[in-house]
Each structure stands twice: as structure tokens, then as C-alpha cells.
Design a protein around this ligand. Structure first.
Ligand SMILES: Nc1ncnc2c1ncn2[C@@H]1O[C@H](COP(=O)(O)OP(=O)(O)O)[C@@H](O)[C@H]1O
Ligand SMILES: O=P(O)(O)OC[C@H](O)CO
Length: 511
């Protein structure tokens, strides 16, 4: 009997490496899920693309397969009341308003091809003030510089612009548009957490800012999606076909905001660090944005009710993608989790420091002319040392981000909550605790990104009535990694890392 009255919420987690669909009950437990990895396209050094239709088909496959599993254990698809979306941010897709067809592959957030565009923009009057309005520094990372590169370099994009047919979308907008049926329904929306990664949105008004659009020269001739709250039962339309046809899309969050929500970091001072393809530390600063003085980003954490909540963010471009690099490019092992066995064949990094700056270095350094560099290789160096140095790179950057966050907020974290694929590595989490000298807490339920999007949708369709109801969801269990090394050792290791960062500057300049 209980099964029939129970309601569920579905959640799309469209990440950089894979897509997933999970179905959650109101206790925050995933009862069915499906995951699909999709193709990573690297056409040139520093370039990174996705096929827009493969993004959609991977999501549709995940929905259909997860619903099959859900029904196989006795539930009915009609008990799924809404769907939420969490998505990789900054990645852009451009399409034609009339046909609904993409004009190019998606340019992924890691892609560094807009370096020359960025240098040109930095020389324009007003460049230094942009961050005060949108929270992001000029770099290859946000969507704006990718759009400008495409307008300059891709003839079909230029033509669509000339013809007044160009639609700009981040992955959330593209997914919502396609899931609603494309040009037939023509639903063009985004939420403030995604829009805050474009450099086009004013952090305070949560709307496009004329001055920002004018700075980038895109005030006219582009269809921008409407910015709507992250939790809304109507604005995102409904799923048009497949196993969940007719179900409302009721919530949408950039994946890192979703992970903060999924960790239930609803109060100022709470934070999380997600180790996925990249690694992103978000710190809840409450109802006013804080513009960083130490290399962090100001971003929207979520907008559920009347007032938005903001976060300070430390973004690291390479985390799990470093592990994938050892796996796919260097053939060190066949599966990601094997990195831990390999890194455990040695006691330390053997003097190697790997600055994994494949796309330049992001927070808090913002060095766009760095390239991946391994320092300290000798005849003694083994694969295990390189594997260990790869894991350490993300942990050092997290330490640098926490230092910056403490300076910006005046508050030191006493524990770091973690999630994401690479947080499955016990070795990495122990190294992390050692380097930051506070405990690292890894929850048992690590699908926090998907859970965050489920919360956004679930609040809109009445699975939960308010955030207080969510506070009671059990977060006990999980693993705590305690720091084990001395302060002196920690300082020595970090000083070597900082030296390596200083020495990797400039390699990519003009190349
Ligand atoms: N046990 C593990 N140890 C180290 N890295 C891992 C492990 N499991 C997964 N990863 C890495 O985590 C990443 C996938 O994490 P995920 O959170 O799914 O990322 P995304 O959301 O970006 O697609 C991959 O890059 C993979 O290499
Ligand atoms: O795919 P992830 O989980 O590394 O997240 C990507 C970020 O949203 C990029 O800003």
C-alpha cells in the first residue's frame, strides 16, 4: 500500500564526463539510477568539445533505463512528480532559433582556445570593473569568452548572428529546450546559478546587465534564455517524450551549486568540495554576494524563494580529469579506481610535483599561460610517483583555495565536506586532510549533486515544503579522514607546490 502513495522526484546530473539519472524518495535515498559516459572530443591542444546531441541522448537513455529499474522493483512511473537538472556549467551550445539545430559542437568549460580573445578583452576600458558586477574575472573559463571566439571563428555562427537567429545556451538551457521538444515548444530558460557563470548576469539583480552585454558586444542579435528561479514548477516546461513524458521539469542548478544544496549547506559558513572532472569548493556567504580579493569567484548558490543565496567559489580545472589523463593518454591503468593501487605502490611523490594545468590554472592563481608540467623527474621516478603527484595536485589547489577563502571571509573551516567521483579515493582524501590540517568528511550517500537538483525540483512540486524539512534527513555515517602529518611537513610540501606553480608560468604564452 505504502508504495502506491509514495511520491518521488527524478534528477538529471549532466556532468563533464558522464550523465546520470537518479530517482529519490522523500528521505533523500536514491532508489534507482542509471549512468552513461559520453565522448570527450579534444580537436587541438587545450580544446575540449562535446556533441550536443550526445549530451541529450545520454540523458534520455539514463532516464529510460532508470525508470525501467524503478518499475522492476515495484514502483510506478506516475509516482515521479517532477524532474530536476544539475549540469556542467559555463559550457556553451549555440543553435539556430528556427531549426533548433546546433551550429557547432559544445565548447566545454575547460576549453582554453579563447586565450587571445581574453587578452584583447583585458585591454578594453572597464575590464577591471566587470568582476564587481558579475563575480567572475576575465579568463577562458566563463561562457562569454567562448561565445566571442565562436562569433569570430565559426562562419555558421557569424551567419546566424547576422540573420538574427542565434540562440546562446548553457547546458541547462539546451537540455530543457530539447527535453521540451525543441523548436515546437521553444522553451528558452536558465537559472541564476548557471547564468552567473556566463559573465552576462548582474549578481544583485539576477538579470542580464546591459553594461556587461555592451562590454562583450552582444547586447543585440542574440537570443538569451530568460533567467528564472532555480525551483519553479512551470517555467521549465515538461518532458516531451520517453519514459517520463508529461512530467514537469521543476528545478535547475549548476552542478556545483547543486552539490552545495545536496550537502544541505544552507547556512552561511557551510561549505563543500566536489571532486569530479574538476574540483569546486563552494562556501555559503548568505544573502549578499562577496567579491573576492584573493582569487575566488562570487556566484549564486541557489535561488529558491524570494532571496537568492550566494557563495564564494574556488574552481580547480583538473581533478578526476587528471586521473583520466593517466588512464587514457598514458595507459597507466584501465579503470579510474586503479589509480589508488598504483599511487600506493610508493610512499610519497618521490620528489615529483605535477602542476596539472592542462587548461591553465584556475583559482586562486588564474594563470592562463601555464601548461601541465611535472617537476622533479629523475631516474628514480616510477609511475606510482606520477600517479601520486596527480592526486596531490588537486589537494594542493584546495589548500590554496581554503587559505584564500579564510582571508576573504575571515572565517576558517573546521571540517571539509566532500563528494564527487574522485572523493571515492581514500588516499586522495587522506592527502587532502593532511594538507589542510582539518578533518575531511565524506558522506555515505555521495550523489549529492543529483540530490541537490532533486531538492530544487522537489520543493517546487511539493515533495518537500521547505528547507527545514530537509534538515532532518539523516547525514550520519560516512567517513572522516583526520590530518596525520606535522605542521612542518605540511609547510614544506606546500612551499614546493607553490614553487612549482611559480615556475610553470608562461609556457603556453602564444603557443
Ligand atoms: N576511485 C576513484 N579514484 C580516483 N578518481 C576517481 C575514482 N572514481 C572516479 N574517479 C574520477 O572521478 C571523475 C568522475 O567523477 P564525477 O563526479 O562523476 O564527475 P563529473 O560530474 O564531472 O562527470 C572521473 O574523472 C574519474 O576519473
Ligand atoms: O563536471 P564537473 O562535476 O567537474 O563540474 C563542472 C563544473 O560545473 C564546471 O564549472
Amino acid at each position: 500500500m505504502e508504495l502506491e502513495t509514495e511520491h518521488f522526484v527524478g534528477s538529471i546530473d549532466q556532468g563533464t564526463t558522464s550523465s546520470r539519472f537518479l530517482i529519490f524518495n522523500k528521505h533523500g535515498e536514491p532508489v534507482a539510477s542509471h549512468q552513461v559516459e559520453f565522448t570527450q572530443i579534444y580537436p587541438n591542444p587545450g580544446w575540449h568539445e562535446h556533441d550536443p546531441f550526445e549530451i541529450v541522448s545520454s540523458v534520455e537513455t539514463c532516464i529510460d533505463e532508470a525508470v525501467k529499474k524503478f518499475e522492476a522493483i515495484g514502483y510506478s512511473r506516475s509516482s515521479i512528480k517532477g524532474v530536476g537538472i544539475a549540469n556542467q556549467r559555463e559550457t556553451i551550445i549555440l543553435w539556430d532559433i528556427a531549426t533548433g539545430l546546433p551550429l557547432h559542437n559544445a565548447i566545454v568549460w575547460t576549453d582554453a582556445r579563447s586565450q587571445t580573445v581574453v587578452h584583447g578583452l583585458k585591454a578594453r576600458p572597464g575590464a577591471a570593473e566587470l568582476e564587481q558586477t558579475c563575480g567572475l574575472p576575465l579568463s577562458t573559463y566563463p561562457s562569454s569568452t567562448k561565445l566571442l571566439w565562436m562569433l569570430k571563428e565559426i562562419p555558421s555562427v557569424k551567419k546566424a548572428w547576422d540573420d538574427g537567429k542565434l540562440v546562446f545556451g548553457t547546458v541547462d538551457t539546451w537540455l530543457v529546450y530539447r527535453l521540451n521538444g525543441g523548436p515546437k515548444a521553444n522553451v528558452l530558460v536558465t537559472d541564476p546559478t548557471n547564468a552567473s557563470r556566463t559573465m552576462f548576469m548582474n549578481l544583485k539583480t539576477l538579470q542580464y546587465d546591459d553594461k556587461l552585454l555592451e562590454f562583450f558586444g552582444v547586447k543585440e542579435r542574440v537570443y538569451f534564455p530568460k533567467i528564472v528561479p532555480s525551483s519553479d514548477a512551470r517555467a521549465y516546461g515538461t518532458v516531451n517524450s520517453g519514459a517520463l513524458a508529461g512530467v514537469p521539469i521543476a528545478g535547475c542548478l549548476g552542478d556545483q551549486s547543486a552539490a552545495l544544496v545536496g550537502q544541505k549547506a544552507f547556512s552561511p559558513g557551510l561549505a563543500k568540495n566536489t571532486y569530479g572532472t574538476g574540483c569546486f569548493l563552494l562556501y555559503n556567504v548568505g544573502s549578499q554576494p562577496v567579491i573576492s580579493k584573493h582569487g575566488l569567484l562570487a556566484t549564486v548558490a541557489y535561488h529558491f524563494g524570494e532571496k537568492p543565496v550566494y557563495a564564494l567559489e574556488g574552481s580547480i580545472a583538473v581533478a578526476g580529469s587528471g586521473v583520466k589523463f593517466l588512464q587514457n593518454n598514458l595507459n597507466f591503468f584501465a579503470e579510474s579506481n586503479e589509480v589508488n593501487d598504483l599511487a600506493s605502490t610508493v610512499n610519497d611523490n618521490g620528489g615529483c610535483v605535477f602542476v596539472t594545468a592542462f587548461s591553465g590554472l584556475f583559482a586562486p592563481y588564474w594563470i592562463d599561460d601555464a601548461k601541465g608540467t611535472i617537476f622533479g623527474i629523475t631516474q628514480y621516478t616510477q609511475k606510482g610517483h606520477i600517479a601520486r603527484a596527480t592526486l596531490e595536485a588537486t589537494c594542493y589547489q584546495t589548500k590554496a583555495i581554503l587559505d584564500a577563502m579564510e582571508k576573504d571571509s575571515g572565517h576558517a573551516l573546521t571540517e571539509l565536506s566532500v563528494d564527487g567521483g574522485m572523493s571515492n579515493s581514500d588516499l586522495t582524501m587522506q592527502i587532502q586532510a593532511d594538507l589542510i590540517s582539518i578533518p575531511v568528511y565524506r558522506p555515505t550517500m555521495r550523489e549529492t549533486t543529483a540530490f541537490g537538483a532533486a531538492i530544487a525540483a522537489g520543493l517546487a512540486v511539493g515533495i518537500w515544503n521547505n528547507l527545514d524539512e530537509l534538515r532532518t534527513i539523516d547525514r550520519t555515517g560516512g567517513t572522516i579522514f583526520e590530518p596525520k602529518i606535522s605542521q612542518q611537513k605540511r609547510c614544506e610540501l606546500f612551499a614546493r607546490w607553490e614553487k612549482a606553480v611559480g615556475m610553470c608560468r608562461g609556457w603556453g604564452d602564444g603557443n
